[in-house]
Design a protein around this ligand. Sequence first.
Ligand code: FES
Length: 231
Amino acid sequence: MKIKIIKSGPYLVTGNVPLSKIEFVIDENNSPICFGKKERIETSETYSLCRCGHSNNKPFCDGNHGKIGFKGEEIASKNLADLKNNDIETDKVKLIDRTIFCDHSRFCLREGGIRKLIDDGTEESIEIAIEEAKNCPSGRLTLINKENNESSESEYEREIIMIYDSGEKVQGPIWVRGGIEIESSNGDNYDIRNRITLCQCGKSENKPFCNGSHWVSQERQAKFRKKWGLD
Ligand code: FES
């Protein structure tokens, strides 16, 4: 199973990777709390997923990337070791925060936010913090329980899921789970991760990964980058 990024074009998926779609379940404030039921999308063994955001046959590519002159330049680092993390640690847990991968799904904002929950440090608040880290589709957040060294990472089957953000009412990123190999358009591989979110709208400034640009304005992106020291 593999995803090959085509220069100025789609994601070419080979090896019979299962494809599904899913929606956020939201609360009364439009904040996501978990995921709804996954629905399977029929595919052939090899298929191409739109990366430019302009296909009329989403999630599949229909060739429109050529008509709109999509460049799709890959900007993200291929190596996890090169990233600037914003980790925090208490006597109970360690939060690994690879901020650059944030897809603005907002699971980590519930109940005052994951950092406050960790800071509170009660059994209940840590439990919610673990759930929030688990729900983060981008894999930005991983929580390690220091007592038993357990990680919040779930074990996933290898698959691809199209996320619909029912809070913002917009198509979200392409969720790649289970450590599928991703090859850049220049032939190099990205470090394999258990869960990642790929850009499907064509607007991310951290391509091929999603950075929330499917709904987050440029102004808000700039504030986010400043807050987390990403520039
Ligand atoms: S990448 Fe081909 S139509 Fe979007």
